[in-house]
Design a protein around this ligand. Sequence first.
Ligand code: FAD
Length: 504
Amino acid sequence: MEPRPHWLFGDQLGPHFLDPRHGGPDAQAPVIMIEARSVLRRRRFHRAKAHLVLSAMRHRAAELGDRVTYVRAATYTEALAQVPGGGRNRLTVCHPTSRAALALVTSLERVDVLPAKGFLVPRAEFAEWAGRRDGRSLRMEGFYRWVRERHDLLMDGDGPAGGRWNLDHDNREPPPRGQDTLTVAGPSRPEEDEIDDEVRHDLDRWERDGQVSFVGRDSPRLFPATRREALSALRRFLTHRLPDFGRYEDAMLAADPVMSHSLLSAPLNLGLLDPAECVERAEAAYRAGDAPLNSVEGFVRQIAGWREYVWQLYWHFGEDYRHRNALRHHAPLPDWFLELDADAVTANCLSTVLAQVRDTGWTHHIPRLMVLGSRALQDGWVPAAVTDWFHRCFVDGYDWVMLPNVVGMSQYADGGLMTTKPYTSGGAYLHKMSDLCGPCAYRPTDRVGDHACPYSTGYWAFLHRHRARLSANHRTARAVQGLDRLKDLPELLDQAAARGAQAP
Ligand code: FAD
């Protein structure tokens, strides 16, 4: 019998998505890939993101050669009508990563949906784990330990390697003082080729024709678009950068946005790397004595813990999660933020980070959480619009990863389903963890006046606005009590209100 053709989505590009084992597609199945213009028309994506996704898809199609039918069309439905067999063949597809795509493929009678690939834990197993919680709230830490045991990851017998599950305490150092950059080898950088030239040419043309519009600047492609480039990025990270990953994981340096981070989220989310190979190789580096436990545990926690947890929560929390707005935040996103207009911003941290997003479509997790997300939270921007912004502007942003990270983790719009407290801070935290405050026109210690740090003013104004809710939470109650000691609270609130949507 002829193998059924297999449909590959643009984030299913690694070899494991065509592996017939573990419920995969038929061996040697012809492959269908669809480049649907409607996806780019729907949203104003970062130019670097549009480039990366199209480049990665076209590179994969070139590798698959005669095995693939690559259809360029306005919509998926239009494209499917063009595939060999006149639209009558049965197709297979691996479980897509968004609710919209899953709804589309399940609505098509001729498509058989195969299990998801690219994650460590099958959805059914997570459901069992969550079911055993008997109504107690789900927490990442418990899930992560369960994944480590189940996958025998960083385990010595029945216990965690080194005797501790959690080494976060060792992984919160401020940046080394007196250094502009970490002294680690930089990440690997891909070289563009003729496929990138063609993508750039197409994007220019569509933009000129008014078919699509982008945010952010075009730049040489910084992230892997092929399996070979992705493996080279993983190798370079493990060999040169993993040892320092842990200690400076939460630190920020203006001139060194990447520090010791892996830059692997984009190739992981495109499906070019499998999470299992990343964590297994990191563990091998620890076992070989090439990287310390705190770094390896920190990295394994990010991938086998956070990434996996976020994927599962996306499905677990249900469709209406994206509309959650527990803090009733209704302010629209200001234009300077929507346009990534870093030059309009005076606060050095925000201006620096916004410029990183404008230029590359990427920053590491602390700028996302404590600079960008925290600004949105303090200023009360609509969580769904903040989610949309992150989705469009980040090279690694996809629906599944955005929703829990932004709605839950960053905006606390789910009222505490994902995290135990809102993540926001005054300028003191940013000052401690970065070199961004030194040259700033504002002072982290000032809450009111010309030099008041917008994060310090905004932090207290946020606590004040949500006093009732936050004083009932044992993790924030003490911070709320601090409000009563602020003699300048009325002035501070006036100052926060007077700034409104203006760039800080
Ligand atoms: P590293 O610091 O080197 O971490 C290693 C890997 O762990 C990452 O490559 C990523 O695959 C995984 N990881 C770590 N934390 C998370 C997490 N919370 N969720 C999912 N994966 C995680 N990550 C995305 O992949 N896409 C997003 O769109 C995204 N949006 C975010 C938005 C906000 C507001 C926040 C707070 C975090 C977001 N993250 C997102 C998580 C995290 O910031 C990025 O994965 C990370 O910064 C990517 O850089 P890196 O590859 O160098 O990561």
